[in-house]
Design a protein around this ligand. Structure first.
Ligand SMILES: Nc1nc2c(ncn2[C@@H]2O[C@H](COP(=O)(O)OP(=O)(O)OP(=O)(O)O)[C@@H](O)[C@H]2O)c(=O)[nH]1
Ligand SMILES: [Mg+2]
Length: 439
């Protein structure tokens, strides 16, 4: 559901990725786009404002200049702040009490009944014995729906006769749980089309009877901005302990859902990712932030690069690229750095937009291309490495023999290096490499 948002952010941040340095103007331009992208995705205005302000402050003030790829650090900061935005509150799913009671509340159609069944299945995996409770005395169809789900999971469902007052259903359900030796009671409540006092009073009373350790507010990710107000109304009526965001597999803009946690401070505990009972995921803020950013695993890449790249050496290389003096000697140094970063295929895979090249890159390593390239450069004199123009036929023959390769391979490397130099000149002129980060 975050596709549109992620596309936009990727475009914005992608234009920063791969450049040498990030200026204040770059950050400004990026933040303008990030703000638009978030607003377009229906994220709450105030949340957006605070978010971009925090990112801007960190990005402009951050020590990014020593790094090889400062643009990627902006991505990292955006990711960290997005994770922080999604990380509010205590995300642990508590199951204390005997029995442990979990109540699901929310508007009509938000996914309470489906989520009740999903949670039942989830706690069974944790080794527990749940019972499902239909606390909707108004619609027999609602009870049938839960019964059907219970049957499919081979779990008991408690339902009282139609018209039984809701608090009474709660009492009877706890009795049933004890009788059937059930350690987890999952209560599915009735929904209303809009927040109304009768609904709030009813779930408040039920709450006092069954004393849930978790009262989860189920929110449909497809809803718009009013979700924030809905969440606030529920939280005022009952002690909501967390959120279940459902239908995130749909094509909603999703920003409203993103805002709820930031505005109310309520933690998202689970994501509903489909209609089936196994489509429930515990919520991981960093994963969702990564999904929203859609940046591949740039962050891991940045960290790994920071670990192995000698910053000074990187500066030197960047300066040489900048001045157009990049030589085969520099290329040799860079090759050795890249090798230190681990399997090349993995490294390339982490760069957004280059995923498809990963296999190709790894294959070239496996074939020994890198090693042969190194051998060829090693067989050159200093003069040849710095000025490949002097490489006449007899020098090439000598190098091929010295490196145990062929003249054709030496020719290919020299040609590739020439093309690389041309590309670097274009980059210096501010042009992007076609097909690379080319969105
Ligand atoms: N795609 C998708 N559909 C879902 C998800 N969760 C629930 N649904 C669907 O949403 C519809 C409503 O789900 P219910 O679980 O009946 O919602 P409810 O909150 O119990 O509704 P009421 O009892 O009428 O208030 C059903 O068609 C579900 O299959 C989800 O995570 N993904
Ligand atoms: Mg229901």
């Amino acid at each position: 559901m975050f596709d549109a948002l992620s596309d936009r952010l990727r475009k914005t941040l992608g234009s920063l990725t791969g450049r040498g340095r990030v200026s204040e103007a770059d950050v400004e331009a990026a933040m303008r786009e990030v703000r638009l992208a978030l607003l377009e995705a229906d994220v709450n205005f105030k949340v957006v404002k605070d978010f971009t302000a925090r990112v801007r402050e960190r990005a402009v003030g951050a020590e990014v200049l020593e790094s090889l790829n400062a643009g990627q650090q902006v991505v990292k900061i955006v990711h960290e702040e997005l994770t922080a935005l999604l990380s509010g509150g205590d995300r642990t799913f508590h199951l204390s009490g005997s029995p442990a009671v979990v109540a699901l509340v929310g508007l009509q159609g938000s996914g309470k009944t489906t989520s009740a069944a999903k949670l039942a299945r989830h706690v069974v995996k944790l080794g527990r014995r749940p019972i499902l409770v239909a606390a909707d005395p108004y619609r027999p169809a609602a009870v049938d729906q839960l019964r059907t789900l219970g049957r499919s999971l081979d779990l008991p469902v408690f339902a009282a006769p139609p018209g039984t007052p809701v608090p009474e259903i709660g009492r009877l359900a706890l009795d049933a749980a004890r009788r059937e030796v059930r350690d987890t009671v999952i209560v599915d409540t009735a929904g209303r089309l809009t927040v109304d006092e009768a609904l709030m009073a009813e779930i408040g009373e039920l709450n006092r009877v069954v004393r849930p350790v978790e009262t989860l507010l189920v929110i449909d990710a497809m809803v718009g901005q009013e979700a924030v107000a809905v969440a606030q109304a529920f939280a005022a009526a009952v002690p909501v302990t967390g959120l279940v965001l459902t239908k995130i597999d749909g094509d909603a803009r999703g920003g409203a859902a993103l805002s709820i946690s930031a505005v109310t401070g309520l933690p998202v505990k689970f994501l509903g990712t489909g209609e089936k009972t196994d489509a429930l995921e515990p919520f991981h803020p960093d994963r969702l932030a990564g999904r929203i950013l859609g940046m591949g695993d740039v962050l891991t890449l940045v960290e790994r690069a920071q670990e192995v790249f000698d910053a000074k050496q990187a500066e030197k290389a960047a300066a040489r690229i900048g001045s157009g003096a990049f030589s085969l000697e520099d290329m040799l140094e860079q090759l050795q750095q890249v090798k230190k970063m681990g399997p090349l295929g993995q490294v390339v895979e982490m760069i957004p937009g280059l995923g498809g090249m990963a296999q190709q890159a790894q294959e070239s390593v496996d074939r020994g291309d890198l090693r042969r390239t190194e051998a060829i450069i090693h067989s050159m004199t200093l003069l040849e490495r710095r000025d490949p123009d002097v490489l006449n036929a007899s020098r090439r023959r000598r190098i091929a023999a010295g490196s145990g390769t062929s003249i054709a391979e030496v020719n290919r490397l020299v040609k590739q290096f020439g093309e690389m130099q041309k590309l670097m000149k274009q980059l210096r002129g501010g042009r992007r490499i076609p097909g690379m980060f080319g969105r």
